[in-house]
Write a protein that binds this ligand. Structure first.
Ligand code: AMP
Ligand code: ZN
Length: 462
């Protein structure tokens, strides 16, 4: 079953084949650690986790790299405004380094609660400053960079392919896209290195051959991706808001410096909305994972909710829809419990291939999780499948869903039932067969069945 992804670069679904054998180089833009991730951000990381799991399900070995943006992400995409981390540091009366450390930890904890697999490589932007300066020097040498009063900028007019990720109509409106910084040659030009303004002492700044300062956000990602995956690598991901500026500018630097596109596949997750508007810190409408937990929700109910929508569709968050997801998840866990407590040794050797084939067809078709999830419920309700087959199929599907179904424990036999079984055993030993049968009937009415085996009585849930 061919694996197909919608590639933002070509604006169509393409068959995915890695550059090298069965290995996949995968870069996902990580968080800017100035505040807790909101559940919108987390939707993007869940989508990327599903993508990684689908690749693994198909037998690929994934090298997953994620950055931590701990410097250089400004409050405005137009290369103006303050560094988000430094703003938080002032507000919380901590150092910028403490802020980054604290919110990185909080982010990693959120991923764990959502059962999102950790990347193979975590890399902080502040750990690759030297390499970033090198890249900017290379761009300068090739004539793609120029200096103005507040920094070194990339000259987008020098790169014919600039804006490859943009939809066609964007190209016409390019001039209107970004507010001009005085001295910038073209509206879309972006900062590679920003100088610390005179009279200001930043906490995060480095000396350079130009002036003291810090790197631009788009330079960080291209350097970290190239360092750990080489160029080109297979898949680059992020939220849909990264298409027009951040990823466009990563590609531009890679093409200018290395003469190659940075990655072959570019996948973007749609927004989580709230009241139909984008969830975002600047929109003032964010909800964080802790808010969900405080209201008694299992974080995996949020993961389940994300699975119900295709990653390229908007998903509107509301408490009632989350409640619906929590109910569905509870129901699923109950079904798995029931399956576990029933005898799952029978094997009617009915073929489950049909279901496995369908599952692969759905997930390999650009990660169609809503259809795959519906299929899981068809499995549960299929009267022609044995319990064992159902259970095995669910565990298999859960390699992609990541809902922790394998950890569902067999339900405990209630004390009352155990006591009745004990009394029945005693009756049997004393030859009181009628009484023993009566107790067995009572146990059955209570939803359990006693089977007499050589090793003693075995209890199972009906
Ligand atoms: P940031 O920490 O701001 O760099 O964002 C982290 C990730 O979350 C990026 O991939 C963004 O594209 C993504 N993102 C931001 N807002 C939303 C949203 N409302 N829904 C889904 N993803 C989002
Ligand atoms: Zn990035």
């Amino acid at each position: 079953m061919a694996l197909k992804f919608y590639n933002t670069l070509s604006r169509k679904k393409e068959v995915f084949r890695p550059i090298k054998d069965k290995k996949v180089g995968f870069y996902a833009c990580g968080p800017t650690v100035y505040w807790f991730a909101h559940v919108g951000n987390l939707r993007t990381y869940i989508f990327e986790d599903i993508l990684k799991r689908v690749l693994e399900y198909n037998g690929y070995k994934v090298r997953h790299v994620m950055n931590i943006t701990d410097v250089g992400h400004l409050t405005s995409d137009a290369d103006t405004g303050e560094d988000k981390i430094e703003v938080s540091a002032k507000r919380e009366k901590k150092t910028a380094w403490e802020i980054a450390e604290f919110y990185t930890r909080a982010f990693k904890k959120d991923l764990e609660l959502l059962n999102v697999k950790h990347p193979d490589v975590w890399v902080k932007a502040t750990d690759t400053i030297k390499e970033q300066i090198k890249l900017i020097q290379a761009l300068e040498k090739k004539g793609f960079a120029y200096k103005i009063s507040d920094g070194i900028y990339f000259d987008t007019s020098k790169l014919k392919t600039y804006g490859r990720l943009w939809p066609k109509k964007m190209k016409l409106k390019a001039g209107a896209r970004v507010k001009m910084v005085p001295g910038k040659k073209n509206p879309a030009d972006f900062a590679l290195w920003k100088f610390t303004p005179s009279g200001v002492k930043r906490q995060m700044e480095w000396s350079s051959i130009w002036e003291r300062g810090f790197p631009g956000w788009h330079t960080e990602c291209v350097v970290m991706a190239a360092k750990y995956l080489g160029v080109p690598f297979d898949i680059h991901c992020g939220g849909i808001d990264h298409i027009l500026i951040h990823h466009t500018n990563e590609i531009a630097q890679s093409e200018a410096a290395f003469g190659k596109i940075l990655a072959r596949f570019w996948l973007h997750g749609e927004f989580l909305t709230i009241n139909r508007g984008r969830m975002g810190k600047s929109e003032g409408n964010i909800i964080i994972l802790d808010d969900l937990i405080k209201k008694g929700f299992n974080p995996l109910a949020y993961r389940y909710l994300c699975l119900t929508a295709h990653y390229r569709s908007r998903l509107n968050f509301s408490w009632p829809t989350l409640k619906g997801a929590q109910n569905a998840l509870n129901n699923l866990y109950q079904k798995v419990k029931d399956l576990k407590s029933k005898e799952i040794t029978e094997n009617r050797s009915l073929s489950t291939k049909g279901y496995r084939g369908k599952f692969l067809e759905f997930i390999n078709n650009d990660l169609d999780t809503p259809k795959a999830l519906a299929l899981m419920w068809d499995v549960i309700n299929d009267k022609n499948l044995s319990n064992k087959e159902k259970y095995q199929l669910l565990l298999d599907f859960d390699k992609v869903f990541g809902l922790n179904l394998a950890e569902i424990k067999k339900p405990k036999i209630p004390q009352k039932i155990k006591k009745l079984v004990e009394i029945r055993e005693k009756c049997r030993k004393e030859g009181l067969w009628q009484k023993a049968d009566e107790i067995r009937r009572k146990i059955k009415q209570m939803g359990y069945w006693v089977e007499d085996t050589k090793e003693g009585p075995k209890i199972k849930k009906l």
